[in-house]
Ligand binder design. Structure first.
Ligand SMILES: Nc1ncnc2c1ncn2[C@@H]1O[C@H](COP(=O)(O)OP(=O)(O)O)[C@@H](O)[C@H]1O
Ligand SMILES: O=P(O)(O)OC[C@H]1O[C@H](OP(=O)(O)OP(=O)(O)O)[C@H](O)[C@@H]1O
Length: 199
C-alpha cells in the first residue's frame, strides 16, 4: 500500500490550484459510490469539501445521483468546453463540469469518482491531486455487482473484465474495501481531510 498523499504537477504556473482534487477510482463493484456516499454525509458540515455530481448519459439510480444528459446534449456541452474532464466507459459518456475549477481556485477540495484513464491528464492539469484506489478481490466484485442490480449496468462480465493499463494511473492511497463500508469510509474521510488515512 502506498500513501504519499500529494502529487505536485510539474508546471506549477499552469496547474489549477490551490484547492485539492481527490480522484476516487477502481474497478466496477469495488464500492466507490458507497464509500463516497458515506464520506459525503460525514463531510456535510464542511463547505470547503465539495462532491460534484457527475454528468452521465444514463439515468440516475438509488446508488448514484448523477446529472443525466442525452448523448447529443453531452457532445454539445463538450464542444462548448463545459467539462473539466470527460471519459467513456461501459457504453456511457461521463464528465465533471468546469465549475470544479472555480471551487479549486477558491481553495476548496473536490472529491469525485472518475475513470482511471483520466488520472495522468488530471495530474498535469491540477496542482494538488490525490488518487484514491478502492479495490476488492475479483470474487467480491462479482458478488457485489450481482447484488447491486443496477439496470443500466448491462453485461456484468464486460464490467468485470474491464482493465486499465496506464502507468500514470498509479494511486497515492489504496483502500481494500473488504471490511465494513463504514470503516473504509472513515479512511476515505481522513484522506479527504488531509490526514493520515490508516490510523
Ligand atoms: N464494504 C462493503 N461491504 C459490503 N458491501 C459493500 C461494501 N461496499 C460496497 N458494497 C456493496 O457493493 C455493491 C457495489 O458498490 P458500489 O458502491 O456501487 O461500487 P462501485 O461504485 O465501485 O461500482 C453495492 O451493492 C454496495 O452496497
Ligand atoms: O475507466 P475505469 O477506471 O474502468 O472507469 C470507468 C468508469 O466506470 C466507473 O463508473 P460507473 O459508475 O459507470 O461504474 P461503477 O459504479 O460500476 O464503477 C468509473 O467511475 C468510471 O466512470
Amino acid at each position: 500500500m502506498t500513501q504519499s498523499l500529494t502529487t505536485t504537477a510539474p508546471d506549477q504556473t499552469a496547474a489549477i490550484g490551490p484547492g485539492r482534487l481527490i480522484l476516487v477510482v477502481g474497478p466496477s463493484g469495488a464500492g466507490k459510490d458507497t464509500l463516497l456516499g458515506l464520506a459525503r454525509a460525514a463531510c456535510a458540515e464542511d463547505s470547503n469539501i465539495v462532491f460534484p455530481r457527475r454528468v452521465i448519459t444514463r439515468e440516475a439510480s438509488a446508488s448514484e445521483e448523477n446529472e443525466e444528459v442525452s448523448i447529443g446534449a453531452f457532445q454539445e456541452a463538450l464542444t462548448r468546453g463545459e467539462y473539466a474532464m470527460h471519459w467513456e466507459a461501459h457504453g456511457h459518456c461521463y464528465a465533471l463540469s468546469r465549475a470544479i475549477d472555480d471551487e479549486i481556485c477558491a481553495g476548496r477540495t473536490i472529491v469525485a469518482n472518475v475513470s482511471r484513464t483520466v488520472i495522468g491528464a488530471m495530474r498535469r492539469a491540477y496542482a494538488d491531486v490525490v488518487v484514491v484506489s478502492i479495490t476488492a478481490p475479483p470474487n467480491v466484485l462479482a458478488e457485489r455487482l450481482a447484488m447491486r442490480q443496477r439496470s443500466s449496468d448491462g453485461r456484468l462480465e464486460a464490467r468485470l473484465g474491464r482493465t486499465v493499463e496506464d502507468a500514470a494511473a498509479a494511486p497515492d492511497v489504496t483502500v481494500v474495501n473488504t471490511g465494513s463500508a463504514e470503516y473504509h469510509s472513515r479512511q476515505l474521510v481522513r484522506v479527504i481531510k488531509g490526514g493520515k488515512w490508516d490510523d
